[in-house]
Design a protein around this ligand. Structure first.
Ligand code: FES
Length: 126
């Protein structure tokens, strides 16, 4: 009998900021962000907890395991966004990285939290 290797899946990432398309085999159940790092491709991230959206991607083909993506609204999940730091490989997948802050802006609004909105304060100097 030959030893059966554990299942792995081809995960392709269009890394738009770097103009590269990279594919690695990721073991079933392994975090995609972590696996890519281990294989020499450290993709953008910040919190690693599924909260900050720095690692967000848009799914082009396949499905992403979203159980732990707490920082992503249901609406954005339905629009095909996912968070790589908490996404585990469950099958072949093709995704593309977001524009800088694309997901953050979609979720929270372009000016929220950037010091441009002074909620409730009338601006007298116009
Ligand atoms: S690194 Fe923060 S959500 Fe993935």
């Amino acid at each position: 009998m030959t030893h059966t290797p554990s299942t792995s899946h081809p995960i392709t990432i269009h890394w738009r900021q770097q103009g590269r398309v990279i594919t690695h085999q990721v073991n079933e159940g392994e975090y995609i962000l972590q696996s890519f790092e281990r294989q020499g491709d450290p993709l953008p991230f910040s919190c690693r907890n599924g909260c900050c959206t720095a690692c967000a991607v848009r799914v082009l083909d396949g499905e992403i395991d979203q159980r732990e993506a707490l920082g992503l609204s249901r609406e954005l999940r339905e629009r095909g966004y996912g968070l790589l730091c908490v996404a585990r490989a469950t099958g072949p997948l093709v995704v593309e990285t977001q524009d800088e802050d694309e997901v953050y802006d979609l979720q929270f609004g372009r000016h929220f939290g950037r010091g441009r909105v002074r909620a409730g304060l009338p601006l007298d100097e116009e």
